[in-house]
Design a protein around this ligand. Structure first.
Ligand code: RIB
Length: 302
């Protein structure tokens, strides 16, 4: 039987447009390619798991609106178990995204229904959570709910992977329940309050987090790949070189792919290599969920 992944997290409607550069404060830029698409870090990660062949349950809230209905239909079609996706009386979360010609983005998120995910929803899914092999979370849901879910998982045999995005400080109680933490450089700087201006600084900052709970820190480095840091090792895993069109959701694809590879029994380094390739493919096309590659494509690329 396939090992199971539970994703606790956000579901958003993404409204994006391309601009030559990211608008500065007070600046109005002419844009193009306005697009509505499904996103949200939780949903993107759950979709990445499903598209890459993982068995995934999603615990989330969407609104009783068109975006919520479209989201449910898309998740179901992808094969995600929706038993614990709740329709609540708030608009579906939404994100406004500017994508620059360089492929970089800038995102504002209004949580909407995501703010309604409570520990009661986690209790309702406790059997699913405790039977799962992995719990994957990000930081677009209420911190109290995430902390509760992580504590429940860590009391059972469920391994907890936290993608600390978007960057913010974490309660120590949450960090203590985490097995694998996957920050990018900005998130690492926020979590450690240390300057991240060299390879040594990244390694030192990551190591400082090992004393606070996680046994492994995977620092994602964009085009440079990722650094896997644990007590005894520090291993660089390169990413394939691609021309980025849009980096939205690349971190989410990385995390979903990482979990799928781990549930298949790959080593951490092999799993990061798989995730690097999936994320690299995702930046070669537009959007979040729309850009997540399928399994055949990633295997071929590897
Ligand atoms: O990580 C990308 C995601 O961040 C987007 O889909 C957007 O919804 C925001 O949550």
């Amino acid at each position: 039987m396939k090992k199971r992944i539970v994703v606790v997290g956000s579901a958003n409607a993404d409204y994006s447009m391309r601009t030559e550069t990211i608008p500065m404060p007070g600046e109005t830029l002419s844009g193009s390619d306005f697009q509505f698409a499904l996103g949200g870090k939780g949903a993107n990660q759950a979709m990445a798991c499903a598209r890459l062949g993982g068995a995934v349950d999603f615990i989330a809230c969407v609104g009783d609106d068109t975006a919520g209905q479209l989201a449910l239909a898309a998740y179901e079609e992808a094969g995600i178990n929706l038993e614990h996706v709740h329709v609540v009386d708030s608009p579906t979360g939404s994100a406004l995204i500017f994508v620059a010609d360089s492929g970089e983005n800038s995102i504002g998120v209004a949580p909407g229904a995501n703010a309604r995910l409570t520990p009661t929803h986690i209790d309702a899914a406790s059997q699913t959570l405790c039977d799962a092999d992995y719990l994957l979370m990000q930081l677009e849901s209420p911190m109290a709910t995430l902390t509760y879910a992580a504590a429940m998982a860590s009391k059972s045999e469920t391994r907890v992977v936290l993608n600390p995005a978007p960057a913010q400080l974490l309660p120590e109680a949450l960090l203590r329940s985490v097995d694998v933490l996957t920050p990018n450089q900005t998130e690492l700087a926020t979590l450690t309050d240390q300057p991240i201006d060299s390879a040594e600084a990244i390694q030192m900052a990551a190591r400082s987090l090992l004393d606070r709970g996680p046994e492994t820190i995977i620092v994602t480095l964009g085009a440079a790949g990722a650094l896997v840091v644990s007590r005894d090792t520090c291993i660089e895993v390169n990413a394939p070189s691609v021309t980025p069109i849009d980096t939205t959701g690349a971190g989410d694809t990385f995390n979903g792919a990482l979990l799928v590879a781990l549930t298949e029994g790959r080593t951490l380094v092999e799993a990061v290599r798989f995730a690097n390739h999936a994320a690299a493919l995702s930046v070669t096309r537009r959007g979040a969920i729309d850009s997540i590659p399928g399994r055949v494509e990633v295997d071929g690329f590897l």
